[in-house]
Design a protein around this ligand. Structure first.
Ligand SMILES: Cc1cc2nc3c(=O)[nH]c(=O)nc-3n(C[C@H](O)[C@H](O)[C@H](O)COP(=O)(O)O)c2cc1C
Length: 298
């Protein structure tokens, strides 16, 4: 990579524009497997953690994954150690990564999200926060990210709690995603990221029963690439804050397309399960693209 590919995002300097999608690269497990080699050739310009919740979560019953003709259906259910466990066990290891750390958080009430944001606001190891709004607010019964007013109320609640950049990870399962993105911007978000997985379902061919323990799951991978492109294009036209585009990125060409649609950074998700070094490969391919792709990078 050359100097020319350095990108600024929400005041953070990144070596290139490729990061990971939350929950699709376990940096702690990868460090165990690859050792310090992982730190020398880290595949992403920033690392986004899996979603952290206030309380520990075991996740959904198995089966949790189902392969689709052009993608993946997952119903992992956000297993994580919870805030205290993350701070004690995960954060010290993730702080050793050679790239800025973005912590992804989710709560079932605005107060829970506020607790998480306030806790990470104090941690120097954390460069930015990503709010996963693809979950129901148990107090209002609404998906936090499905409605502009609901999203605005959440961002307004947590904005005063931190000076760190706040990235709102939009849900594609909303009637008007650009309206939600605008509401997030007006309430003080520094960036939006999209797309999260789309709700889907599969049946076991033999039994006709749901294939996943969680019944429904989230669709990701190449199957969602065209949807991601359309949503990133619409959202980038609607906001003036940063945009992280993701959904089905496998090659530099896919990343260049999302950037041409208006993304400032691109995240690699499902592809990292097939190739743990996919992030670095996509970044390298992006730089090597002729004019339009390379132009989009700088
Ligand atoms: C197995 C799996 C786990 C995921 N876990 C999370 C998560 O914890 N938090 C989150 O915000 N998004 C999560 N995502 C969504 C991804 O970050 C990304 O938005 C989505 O998969 C689209 O990108 P892709 O098609 O490149 O995978 C997960 C996706 C997958 C496939």
């Amino acid at each position: 990579m050359t100097e020319a590919t350095t990108v600024g995002f929400c005041g953070i300097e990144l070596a290139h524009p490729i990061i990971n999608g939350s929950g699709t690269f376990d940096a702690i497990a990868a460090r165990r497997v690859f050792g310090d080699e992982l730190l020398e050739r880290f595949p992403f310009a920033a690392f986004v953690t899996k979603t952290v919740t206030v309380e520990p979560r075991a996740g959904n019953p198995p089966p949790r994954l189902w392969e689709l003709p052009a993608g993946l259906l997952n119903s992992i259910g956000l297993p994580n150690r919870g805030l205290a466990g993350f701070l004690e066990h995960d954060l010290p290891v993730l702080a050793e990564l050679p790239v800025p750390l973005i912590v992804n958080v989710m709560g079932f009430t605005r107060d829970q999200v506020a607790t998480l944001v306030a806790a990470f606001a104090e941690r120097d190891e954390v460069a930015a926060l990503e709010l996963n709004v693809s979950c129901p607010n148990v107090e209002t019964g609404m998906l936090m990210g499905a409605d502009p007013r609901e999203t605005a109320a959440l961002v307004e609640r947590v904005r005063p709690l931190t000076a760190k950049p706040l990235i709102v990870k939009l849900t594609p399962n909303a009637a008007d995603v650009p309206a939600v993105a605008r509401a997030a911007q007006e309430a003080g978000a520094d960036a939006v990221s999209l797309i999260n997985t789309l709700r889907g379902m599969a049946l076991e061919p033999a039994s006709g029963e749901p294939a996943l323990g969680g019944i429904t799951g989230g669709v990701s991978g190449p199957a969602v690439r065209a949807i991601a492109l359309a949503q990133v294009h619409a959202v980038a036209a609607a906001v003036s804050i940063g945009v992280v585009g993701m959904g089905g990125v496998q090659r530099g060409r896919d990343a260049a397309d999302l950037m041409a649609a208006g993304a400032d950074l691109v995240a690699v998700g499902t592809e990292s399960f097939r190739d743990p070094m996919a992030g670095l490969r996509v970044a390298t391919e992006l730089v090597a693209l002729p004019v339009s792709g390379a132009g989009a990078v700088v």
